[in-house]
Design a binder for this molecule. Sequence first.
Ligand SMILES: Cc1cc2nc3c(=O)[nH]c(=O)nc-3n(C[C@H](O)[C@H](O)[C@H](O)COP(=O)(O)OP(=O)(O)OC[C@H]3O[C@@H](n4cnc5c(N)ncnc54)[C@H](O)[C@@H]3O)c2cc1C
Ligand SMILES: *[C@@H]1O[C@H](CO)[C@@H](O)[C@H](O)[C@H]1NC(C)=O
Ligand SMILES: *[C@@H]1O[C@H](CO)[C@@H](O)[C@H](O)[C@H]1NC(C)=O
Ligand SMILES: *[C@@H]1O[C@H](CO)[C@@H](O)[C@H](O)[C@H]1NC(C)=O
Length: 362
Amino acid sequence: MAHVLVIGAGVIGLQTANDLLDNGYKVTVLARHWPGNESIEYTSPWAGAIWHTQALPDQIEVCDWQRQSYKYWMDILENEAEESEKMGIQRVPIVKYSVDERNDPASPRLWFCDLVQDFALIPTSDLPPEGPKSGNSFTTVLINPTRYLTYLLTRAKSLGAEMITATLPESASISNTISAALSHLDRKNAEVVINCTGLGASKLCDEAVFPIRGQTLLVRITPPPPTSRITIWDSDPVTYILPRRITPFSAGPSDATYFIGGTNDTGNWDPEPTPVISQGILERVKKVMVGWTGEDAQIEVLREQVGLRPGRKGGPRVELEDVDVGGKKVKVLHQYGHAGAGYQNSIGSARKALRLVEQALG
Ligand SMILES: Cc1cc2nc3c(=O)[nH]c(=O)nc-3n(C[C@H](O)[C@H](O)[C@H](O)COP(=O)(O)OP(=O)(O)OC[C@H]3O[C@@H](n4cnc5c(N)ncnc54)[C@H](O)[C@@H]3O)c2cc1C
Ligand SMILES: *[C@@H]1O[C@H](CO)[C@@H](O)[C@H](O)[C@H]1NC(C)=O
Ligand SMILES: *[C@@H]1O[C@H](CO)[C@@H](O)[C@H](O)[C@H]1NC(C)=O
Ligand SMILES: *[C@@H]1O[C@H](CO)[C@@H](O)[C@H](O)[C@H]1NC(C)=O
């Protein structure tokens, strides 16, 4: 069977590796960072990691990927309890508030209302006193990033994938980068190379790729909110509260820890948390929480963190390119630029990558 070299071990590279392995391909994954690593250059561990589309219906392909991801995870959650526990995915109610006046299921931004379970509009009288103009609720998928990435890595290994830790030159031409990648393989050859390097696809090479900085806080809320739910307010910047357990899953029920945020800061590479931004997040979150937890809830900050979403002008790039490496044509499949939607795009995007690999090998 054909040998595919996947570069990158974020949610995109690892999901793609698993789909290829499930279809009989021989797979090698080469990456600088692996699940468990907390480098700022590795985006996937820093995600909120929920399904909450920001796509609009004219982004036909992205909507389709997100539809596939939602159905895939819900199916596992409903039919394979043990598997979903291993993956670190949960079914959770979500409440989304908007500054948009319109509360109309025909609104384009609600394209997903027939896809998701339990969709409902929130009556104006039930909105928090300050801020939101409309809102909706549904049931969605919450992912624990580190657990999920570790699951994908372990699964790929158990299906026979080989793992190589290496750093490829980022300022070189794509031809030199691919050549460097292939030099790590025993046979110095792969039928297809897949570029899942996230923000690593930028650095002097593809100026269309840029960071969208997201600062977040890991907190404990006391007393704990009465129900475990996700709350998102599409304010500027976006404000969200997600349950996020920090104790090991084996330790039993979750403690009342939450992942709160956030920011959406284009072009900013700063890896260090900024105190004034954390203050702003806490103030916005308190405002959204009133009426849900009461006035007296205490928020204890456990950790401040930053992640850089791999943004790209024109949206994610998932396409084939023939690259000339020392006179030989190598088939490269690009799969980067998933910005703030890498998890919710991953299932559909990896399936497209599989089809393109099949096409490339014709
Ligand atoms: C605060 C925040 C909240 C988010 N919330 C959500 C959410 O709710 N839902 C959602 O769907 N998405 C969310 N995201 C977005 C999501 O995290 C990203 O889209 C996704 O993680 C991108 O994955 P990736 O595999 O493309 O890149 P990465 O995870 O960055 O992986 C890149 C891989 O490529 C490797 N690599 C790169 N360059 C090189 C090189 N030169 N040599 C060798 N290896 C290299 C790296 O080592 C790494 O293994 C959020 C992101 C942030 C920061
Ligand atoms: C994370 O990755 C970096 C870059 O390769 C490496 O130097 C560091 O040792 C890794 N950290 C851990 C904890 O593995
Ligand atoms: C990924 O794509 C970018 C943009 O084309 C390119 O600069 C980079 O070299 C590619 N990396 C790999 C590993 O293919
Ligand atoms: C960030 O802002 C852009 C532009 O306003 C928007 O399209 C995107 O959905 C936002 N992303 C997040 C995660 O808030």
